[in-house]
Design a protein around this ligand. Sequence first.
Ligand SMILES: [Zn+2]
Ligand SMILES: [Zn+2]
Length: 255
Amino acid sequence: MALESPWIESFMVGDLQMRCSVVTDLSTGDTIIIDGGGESERIISWIEEFQGIGPNWSTGPQNAEEMHEYGISKRKVVALVNTHAHYDHSGHIPYLLERYDVNWYLHEDDYFLQSLAKVSGARRGINLPEPAIATHKISDEQLLEFGNISLKILHTPGHTLGGCCLLLDISDGPDHLFVGDTLFAGSVGRTDLPNTGGDFEVLSNSIKTKLWPLDTDTIVHPGHGPLTSIGIEKQTNPYVGQSGQNTGGFIGKYL
Ligand SMILES: [Zn+2]
Ligand SMILES: [Zn+2]
């Protein structure tokens, strides 16, 4: 099944303003949280009560009344999924797992990195709980289905060993792609971070072989910074796009 008219919210959280994406099926209330890296209380308050600061960007209801108009009374969190395990993307997973008794999906090649989340946060003055352990491995080409929410996993190493992009299948409009720190509007993820397996050649190859073949109107949700599309980046990205000149010695922009 594919999702119709998706309700997608971006919460830019934590010291690195990381994008936590919340996707809800408006016909059932089923909800998944992608990259629960920080500000979990803010996200939980909004998902459950529409209380507090709310998302930075949303395609759906802004309050309970609007949500009821779609025929759902409340949202039900059914899974946590991660693009990769850097602490800004995974630091608050333990708090979310405390609140929601659901599975957490992560690529196995990032399990070691995940075990370092608390230490990495502390190095930057961020206090995090003991890291959680993913309940389920994800792998390339795997299809994760939660009701009508269908996510195709694209393993795109280069920023981290286990980095993945998550393709959300939409029935009545462009698909949405959650890319973590693999690709940004006008940039790509850092490849110089310790304990991470970053490699620019690998990253560039992942993007060119796994992302460029997707529909050009696919909406890209990077882990940091603004939304973009496959078409725009394929043409104009200075590092991996068709007009890109910069191929060597580049270490990327974000954690
Ligand atoms: Zn990041
Ligand atoms: Zn990262």
